[in-house]
Ligand binder design. Structure first.
Ligand code: GLY
Ligand code: MN
Ligand code: MN
Length: 434
């Protein structure tokens, strides 16, 4: 049994049972599907890679605490759509104590769940399963105190699972470092490969080719490859414009390695040399990134780090002439939002915007301090829209973001993505001396 599952069993307690579903395939068009992506919570607990499975976790069941419902072996289906583990594989290769065909789930439900005080299940994600569980609950409730004993408390398991996911084990950190290394090397390759008149799409393919050639399953989110003013669109994913001599290129791309995401952004000149206005903005963003990275340590809260990024970027925007006035007033008015409109970072793990609460209380009042084992991105940016009439003309259409992935440790942090150059001189050196 996976250590994560063992810990989950200890946490939910003996009077509970948990039902955790896998993801389903999603139709892309007509009779084709998108590439399958497993539900990260299900994957975290079970490691089982197939769609249409359900894990039932019953800590009080001494013999079979972990039952996995899976798609059964089926030679014809497997010839058309791919191999299946089946019930045997679920036990042998994924440590299930008991495995049953998924079709049996509705009829087994009452047998498994009756007699437990609490049911850990998240409503609102899988409509079909919700309906099966509601049908069971409403049928059983009439029988309560007579012949059945359905759970009286329904609990969302996600808070427990997400809190576990937030604190990475050494084994998870190792996978995240590998994901970060692959992505870092791909970014370096992109810097070495880009030339004016190449298309954003070609750079995307160079990066994603490198990911897959080096063991990653693919991307951890759709790559953002934005040349020139496309860099001012935060989630630009069209990635199909020609790259122009004299423009910057912003690349925000991360790999998915054994389920774990990396998330790196670098911004660099298409022709290998920053112009003066580009460099003015770049150096300010870099200075803020380095300071926010330094602040990503045990005890600092996400709110404090956000505030730091806002203060420093507001100062920087004043230096550039993008904003005018007293820093305090500009911050109060949120004047910076015109050029910096996102958070300075997020948790990173199986999801790129990973699981875990950012607050320590449910009213979202107290921001949560960073703790060893958390991995966060740090990603400040300045984006000057092409039509920003108040901005000096030389800065219009420039977007810069710099993003690293940082592990919080007992006595500081480790930058998992440190190997991609980010000092402007280092980038120019790399691009001009390949
Ligand atoms: N690539 C998405 C993000 O940086 O948050
Ligand atoms: Mn990113
Ligand atoms: Mn990010």
């Amino acid at each position: 049994m996976r250590p994560q599952l063992k810990k989950f069993i200890e946490q939910i307690g003996k009077d509970a049972i948990a039902i955790i579903p896998a993801a389903h395939e999603v139709t892309r068009s007509y009779d084709t599907e998108f590439k399958f992506h497993q539900d990260p919570d299900f994957y975290y607990l079970t490691g089982f890679p197939e769609p249409d499975a359900i894990a039932v976790i019953d800590p009080s069941n001494k013999k079979n605490p972990y039952t996995l419902f899976v798609r059964p072996r089926d030679p014809k289906m497997e010839t058309w759509y791919g191999r299946r583990e089946g019930t045997e594989g679920a036990k042998k290769n994924y440590g299930a104590d008991k495995a049953l065909p998924i079709e049996k789930f509705p009829q087994e439900l009452a047998k498994m769940v009756n007699g437990h005080e609490k049911l850990f299940y998240r409503f609102g994600v899988d409509g079909k399963l919700d309906q099966q569980i509601l049908t069971y609950l409403s049928a059983q409730r009439f029988r309560r105190l007579k012949t059945a004993y359905p759970p009286h408390t329904i609990v969302d398991p996600i808070l427990l699972i997400h809190d576990m996911r937030l604190h990475k084990t050494p084994e998870e950190v190792e996978l995240m470092q590998k994901s970060a290394d692959i992505a870092a090397e791909a970014h370096i390759l992109a810097m070495q490969s880009v030339k004016p008149e190449m298309n954003e799409s070609q750079i995307e393919s160079i990066i994603e080719h490198y990911f897959r050639m080096n063991g990653a399953a693919g991307v951890s989110y759709n790559s953002i490859i934005g040349g020139g003013a496309n860099a001012t669109i935060l989630h630009y994913v069209e990635n199909n414009a020609p790259l122009r001599d004299g423009d910057l290129l912003l690349i925000d791309a991360g790999a998915q390695y054994k389920g774990y995401a990396s998330d790196i952004t670098r911004t660099f000149p298409v022709n290998g040399r920053f112009t003066k206005p580009q460099r003015d903005i770049y150096d300010i963003v870099l200075d803020v990134e380095i300071k926010c990275l330094e602040a990503t340590r045990k005890g600092t809260t996400i709110k404090e780090r956000q505030k730091l990024s806002i203060e420093l970027l507001t100062e920087g925007m004043k230096e550039l002439g993008l904003l005018k006035g007293k820093t305090k007033d500009l911050i109060k008015k949120k004047a910076y939002e015109k050029y910096y409109m996102h958070g300075v970072g997020h948790y990173l793990g199986l999801d790129v915007h990973d699981a875990g609460r950012y607050f320590t209380d449910h009213r979202a009042k107290e921001s949560r301090p960073f703790a060893p084992g958390m991995v966060l991105t740090v990603e400040p940016g300045i984006y000057v829209p092409v039509d920003a009439k108040d901005a000096p003309a030389k800065y219009r259409g420039i977007g810069v973001r710099i993003e690293d992935d940082v592990l919080v440790t007992e006595d500081g942090n480790v930058n998992l993505t440190a190997k991609v150059p980010k000092q402007a001189e280092e980038i120019e050196e790399l691009m001009n001396n390949k």
